[in-house]
Design a protein around this ligand. Structure first.
Ligand code: GLU
Length: 283
């Protein structure tokens, strides 16, 4: 029996899919097909302030139009908050996270006055217990942040943390890559408003869904360094990574949600066929 191969496409329903998404989804789908594996679709909808049901419906419609299929029911992150809470609880029990009461503005100010300026990512520390208790009493909102210092102490440094890159990072990184989670700073693992945040949800889901290959754009290469650390701290397996190039438009800029004219639905309405799209993408 060959080794299992499970990959996923994990869009957020915060806008319509565009060419860049199509490239990512098709790349993952074709890789699963080539390996005789499974292609999963996962809906990353934890940010209730930006998610719209119409965008989710459009994801299903657009991907089906592209010719993709996936097992159902799909995993919708908003339906699994208890899983993320359990992971956060593990990190809390191990002393690896702390409450951060700072506002975005305060963080920006702290960064601006840091010795290396904005080049450095935010790193903080837990408040003294009395101050924390007071703020909690006052009902002040807080986020949970990963403590890089505590993580480093627990693992005895990050030297042994690595992941396999079968694609290419933005600077051509390939093969066994030493993880540098410090690049991300003390990332937020649970947002004030939502109770979880991107990195934690992705790592938990990839493990729960048995994802063996994460195939996604190079824009998420840096995220992999942080996610690799979370896998180590939560005793989760590390998938193989394949970061793919980012499609750019005629202006040399990568496609983004703001380019309305380039959404898959707009292209479809304009009479573009999936076969034309694939050919254009070299797939
Ligand atoms: N939901 C993320 C996005 O829309 C992708 C997450 C991932 O592939 O790890 O960019």
């Amino acid at each position: 029996m060959s080794a299992p191969f499970v990959t996923r496409f994990a869009p957020s329903p915060t806008g319509y899919l565009h060419r860049g998404h199509a490239f990512s989804a098709l790349t993952a789908f074709e890789a699963a097909r080539a390996a005789g594996g499974t292609f999963l679709l996962r809906i990353e909808d934890i940010d209730a302030t930006r998610v719209r049901p119409a965008f989710e419906a459009a994801i299903f419609e657009d991907l089906a139009w592209l010719g993709l299929s996936w097992p159902t029911p799909v995993r919708r992150q908003s339906e699994h908050m208890a899983d993320y809470e359990a992971a956060l609880e593990q990190l809390r029990a191990r002393g690896l996270v702390y409450r951060c009461f700072r506002t975005r503005r305060e963080i920006a100010q702290a960064m601006a006055s840091a010795p290396h300026g904005a080049m450095e990512q935010f790193r903080g520390a837990p408040l003294p217990p009395e101050e924390e208790a007071e703020r909690l009493d006052r009902g002040e909102p807080f986020a949970w942040r990963l403590s890089l210092a505590a993580a480093e102490a627990r693992l005895g440094g990050f030297d042994r943390l690595s992941f396999v890159e079968e694609g290419r990072g933005p600077s051509g990184e390939h093969g066994s890559i030493a993880a540098r989670p410090e690049l991300g700073g003390d990332v937020v693992l649970a947002r004030k408003d939502v109770g979880v945040a991107y990195h934690l949800a992705v790592v938990v889901d990839d493990a729960l869904q048995g994802v063996t290959h994460v195939i996604r754009g190079q824009d998420l290469f840096e995220a992999t360094h942080v996610q690799r650390l979370l896998q180590a701290l939560l005793d989760l397996p590390t998938p193989v990574y394949r970061h793919h190039r980012l499609l750019v438009g005629p202006d040399g800029k990568r496609y983004a949600k703001r380019d309305r004219a380039e959404t898959l639905r707009a292209l479809r309405e304009a009479g573009v066929t999936p076969a034309e799209l694939r050919a254009e993408m070299g797939l």
